[in-house]
Design a protein around this ligand. Structure first.
Ligand code: PGA
Length: 258
């Protein structure tokens, strides 16, 4: 954790507008974000983004992210949301290629690449999700799968002066299971991811513009172990970010070691 740790809350299709605003307010009211050592991002559903953005605007250090995006900026793409629309609402981050989208909605590595490019060009920060499923893991293909996903997502992406990218390593079979992998095991995969990143980017770029985070059944009891690893720069949290006590507990656990 040599970089400032980041906690990204992915609320998936769980909270409506009122619930999302209430949760953000409660986290703020409990003072969980009043220090500068941890960066916190919440990713509500599209319908809640505007209201959450309004409630964050005046008094919070919590940042806003979206759970998905389209790769074009404007045009005849019924039902899609452009990076510029997210930017207009105050989003700074966008989750791309989450395994639930890859699995349920047929999102491919090529789509992930196009989305990452569009997001970077709009001045937003993509959170690119990679990870193996159980079958691939059993067959010993974990590293290969992750390399392939990263290669296709990142190939030819130019980073401007202000661009930043987050890679989220999420073993697909662990997501929502309540049973995370060992932090040392995640660290091992993160080392592989970092060495791959060093094949395409300079050490300076890795240090200043890239972060690699872990996701998959992170909670307030295990988060410190993950954040305590040298190459784990933060966490992507689903279930444990939906309830105020659990989420605040998780943030405080990170603050204690940051
Ligand atoms: P989980 O979800 O924390 O509920 O396992 C993580 C994710 O899907 O990003």
């Amino acid at each position: 954790m040599p970089k400032k740790p980041i906690i990204i809350a992915n609320w998936k299709m769980n909270l409506g507008v009122r619930e999302s605003v209430d949760l953000v307010k409660a986290v703020n009211d409990q003072g969980a974000v009043s220090n500068n050592e941890v960066e916190i991002v919440v990713c509500p559903s599209f319908t809640a983004l505007a209201s959450v953005s309004d409630s964050l605007h005046l008094k919070s250090d919590i940042k806003l992210g979206a759970q998905n995006v389209f790769w074009e900026y404007k045009g005849a793409f019924t039902g899609e949301i452009s990076p510029l629309m997210l930017k207009e609402l105050g989003c700074e981050y966008v989750i791309i290629g989450h395994s639930e989208r890859r699995g349920h909605l047929g999102e491919t590595d090529e789509m992930v690449h196009k989305k990452a490019k569009a997001v970077l060009d709009a001045g937003l920060i993509p959170i690119i999700c990679v990870g193996e499923n159980f079958d691939e893991r059993q067959k010993g293909q974990k590293d290969y799968v992750i390399m392939k996903q990263m290669n296709q997502a990142l190939e030819g992406l130019r980073l401007s002066e202000d661009s930043k990218i987050i890679i989220a390593y999420e073993p697909v079979w662990v997501i929502g299971s309540g049973q995370a992998i060992e932090a040392e095991e995640a660290e091992h995969t993160h080392i592989i991811i970092e060495s791959y990143l060093l094949d395409i980017y300079s050490p300076d770029t890795l240090a200043k513009k890239l972060r690699v985070i872990y996701g998959g059944s992170v909670d307030k009891n295990n988060v410190a172990e993950f954040i305590g690893q040298k190459t784990i720069d933060g966490v992507l949290v689903g279930g444990a970010s939906l309830k105020v006590e659990e989420f605040v507990g998780l943030i405080k656990a990170v603050q204690r070691i940051a």
